[in-house]
Design a protein around this ligand. Structure first.
Ligand code: GRF
Length: 195
């Protein structure tokens, strides 16, 4: 049975979708939900699902990324994960950290990468007049929102859409895409999932 750790910063809706998918004949189980914000709602939700939780508050480290990440690594290595999923984790990770978990760490990003790495992806798609938007699951490298693409889901941009309505439509797809990619990935199958 593969062991999966999930890193979150907020509500954790993607974490919940991943955790709910890892049941029955699924080849993996969640062993830790870890947040950089001790008050993240997702920690409560994970604990209510019976998943071990932990938090490493990034604020006391005052920008000392190496020290913050060393504390993350301590929590992660204690859980001995095979795979790490970044799910709405909003801290930028150094090459040292991404290198330590190379080829076993995934991230979900709310755009059709390589379009719109970074923030405000939905507003940027609207400002560009795109006909479609979506989300991407990729393997994490030292380059932000880059790395081999393991899955993408597309949604139409509809007349009258604003960033919130588009984000809500994309989020539904995120909850379908991330579990589908994870299931393949923990089985060693890197064939992209296209929804
Ligand atoms: C998601 O849209 C994800 O793609 C982005 O942050 C949002 C987090 O949502 N990185 P949640 O915390 O999983 O609900």
């Amino acid at each position: 049975m593969k062991r999966v750790a999930i890193l979150i910063s907020g509500g954790g809706s993607n974490m919940i979708a991943l955790a709910r998918s890892m049941q029955g004949d699924h080849p993996a189980r969640p062993v830790l939900v870890l947040s950089n914000d001790p008050s993240a709602k997702g920690l409560e939700r994970a604990a209510a699902m019976g998943i071990p939780v932990a938090a490493v508050d990034h604020r006391p480290f005052k920008g000392d990324r190496a020290a913050f990440e060393a504390a993350l690594v301590q929590q992660l290595d204690a859980a001995v994960p095979d795979v790490i999923c970044l799910a709405g984790f909003m801290r930028i990770l150094t090459a040292g950290f991404t290198g330590r978990y190379a080829r076993r760490m995934l991230n979900i990003h709310p755009s059709l990468l390589p379009k719109y790495p970074g923030l405000h992806t939905h507003q940027r798609a609207l400002d560009a007049g795109d006909a479609e938007a979506g989300c991407t699951v990729h393997e994490v490298t030292s380059v932000l929102d880059d790395g081999p693409i393991l899955g993408q889901a597309r949604v139409p941009v509809l007349p009258g859409d604003d960033a919130d309505s588009l984000a809500a439509r994309v989020l539904v797809q995120e909850h379908a895409l991330y579990p589908a990619v994870l299931r393949r990935y923990v089985s060693g199958d890197r064939t992209p999932v296209l929804l």
